[in-house]
Design a protein around this ligand. Structure first.
Ligand code: SF4
Ligand code: SF4
Length: 79
């Protein structure tokens, strides 16, 4: 279980979430930001800070956004 950044983040560059993350586990990808599930301490600060509601607890992701779990895994696997 972890927090996941979904489609609303794409092309958003303000990165308020990065500023509030206490363990610095949010990285910028080519089209969106990603949370490193292995480092995230599940504090929820990024979810509260995101101005466009792009951050979800993974179990609460809307069905059409579930692919972002795998997208984040692939991002960190390929770094
Ligand atoms: S604050 Fe939200 S929209 Fe902005 S980079 Fe973070 S997750 Fe993406
Ligand atoms: S839940 Fe907390 S630790 Fe995890 S990415 Fe968000 S701000 Fe960082």
């Amino acid at each position: 279980m972890t927090y996941v950044i979904a489609s609303a983040c794409i092309d958003e560059k303000a990165a308020d979430c990065v500023d509030v993350c206490p363990v610095d586990c949010i990285a910028e990808g080519p089209d969106q930001y990603y949370i490193d599930a292995d480092t995230c301490i599940e504090c929820g600060a990024c979810e509260a800070a995101c101005p466009v509601g792009a951050v979800f607890w993974d179990e609460e992701l809307p069905e059409e956004e579930k692919s972002f779990i795998v997208k984040a895994e692939e991002f960190y696997k390929n770094r």
